[in-house]
Ligand binder design. Structure first.
Ligand code: ZN
Ligand code: ZN
Length: 392
């Protein structure tokens, strides 16, 4: 199934899924706001201020990238939410807005932080999105507000995915798995990593995603570097291939890695691949509601240590966390890493990618994602079956 086709043939064969996961419904946005209000009140704040980016999209439907101009949701614990936005952007913002909100529009010469302060009682406490620029928090303090960390209110909502979110995530991940399988078929000696990445981007679009959100195509020694090396590479016979890529569906991310042999690779690579497979399986088996996230990381590392790798972040071994939360952001809380004691709960979604790096020689990363269920975990995509068989 590796190296049996070409890019044009594979692209022509791609079809988007026959039935698509529906977009998030209006009622679900209302429920998100209600939950955020309750969590904000629990923090002792009067309102939550959410910065442009994935969290703004989560609460309002507006997919606005953060810039130096303030676009933000101000959600009072009681009362109508409002959106702070440059006046000249009103039309674009309203076209994407799916919740009922007042608009607080500012002209280029005005300070949007003053609009936030004006909307609240004097001396109010605002829970602030941790991604909001520090300087804006300082200005709000200067205007007499008390600013506190709003991460618990935002993450408390976003970490737990609804059935509609799980369906969108599942769709994105199924797309990327198929794109990965088709990418393996176009490999041939001499193909450039950039050509494979271009194909993956085209294929992600053809299958109904938004192109590649990111794409790493690494051959041979480059696989030893978790995020690759600069420059383009050409595939040679008997090299290890590592491809990590993802797309989005309604903003929800996929992110899947496959590491496989193009031809024959050394026995040592095969042995490390097998340990990686066991570590990924051990992490998955450790998942259950109530289990602290860090225990999943520990489960993967125990497999490595039992095989003489590590310990901790020492190489040869696992140089980074075992996994990250995923949703509207590719990396979001909570994380599968020592020190993150967030108890797992049904609806949480994570990557499982306890990569093994043999310094300067090669690396093996198997990355699939799972969601926490009432009894354990469920894979979004089935893990790689074998070193020479990247797909089931
Ligand atoms: Zn990845
Ligand atoms: Zn990842």
């Amino acid at each position: 199934m590796i190296a049996t086709s070409d890019a044009a043939t594979e692209l022509a064969a791609i079809r988007p899924p026959a039935t698509r996961a529906p977009a998030i419904a209006a009622g679900e946005y209302a429920a998100r706001l209600d939950k955020a209000r309750a969590l904000t009140e629990r923090l002792g704040a009067d309102a939550l201020l959410v910065h442009a980016g994935a969290s703004l999209r989560y609460f309002t439907g507006v997919p606005w990238a953060a810039t130096e101009r303030m676009v933000a949701l101000l959600l009072p614990v009681r009362g109508t939410p409002s959106i702070v936005c440059p006046r000249f952007e009103e039309g674009s913002l309203v076209a994407a807005l799916v919740i009922d909100a007042e608009l607080r529009l500012w002209e280029e010469e005005e300070a949007p932080t003053a609009l936030v302060a004006d909307a609240l009682p004097r001396g109010a406490t605002v829970a602030i999105d941790p991604l909001l620029p520090f300087a804006w928090g300082e200005r709000l303090r200067g205007l007499g507000l008390t600013a506190i960390d709003g991460a618990a209110a935002i993450d408390g909502c976003r970490m737990i995915k609804s059935p509609a979110e799980l369906a969108l995530l599942a769709e994105a991940k199924a797309m990327t798995l198929e794109v990965q399988a088709r990418a393996a078929r176009i490999l041939r000696p001499g193909i450039a990593a950039s050509a494979v990445a271009r194909f993956i981007d085209d294929a992600h679009r053809a299958i109904g995603g938004t192109g590649s959100f990111f794409c790493a195509v690494q051959f041979g020694r480059a696989t030893a570097f978790p995020h690759g090396l600069p420059g383009d590479q050409q595939l040679e016979e008997d090299q290890l291939v590592l491809i990590d890529t993802g797309t989005t569906v309604h903003g929800y991310h996929s992110d899947i890695t496959r590491t496989y042999a193009f031809g024959r690779v050394e026995d040592e690579v095969a042995a490390i691949w097998q340990i990686e497979k066991e570590a990924q399986a051990a992490a998955f088996a450790a998942v259950a509601p109530g289990v602290p996230c860090e225990q999943v990381d520990a489960a993967a590392r125990r497999v490595l240590v039992a095989n003489g790798l590590g310990p901790d972040y020492r190489l040869p071994g696992l140089p980074h966390r075992t996994g990250h939360g995923i949703g509207l952001s590719i990396h979001e809380p909570a994380n599968l890493v020592r020190g993150d004691r967030t108890p797992m709960a049904p609806g949480m979604c994570f990557s499982n990618e306890p990569m093994i790096v043999v310094p300067d020689r090669f690396g093996v990363r198997l990355e699939d994602h799972f969601h926490v269920t009432e009894t354990g975990a469920a894979w979004f995509t089935e893990p790689q079956p074998a070193l020479d068989r990247p797909f089931g």
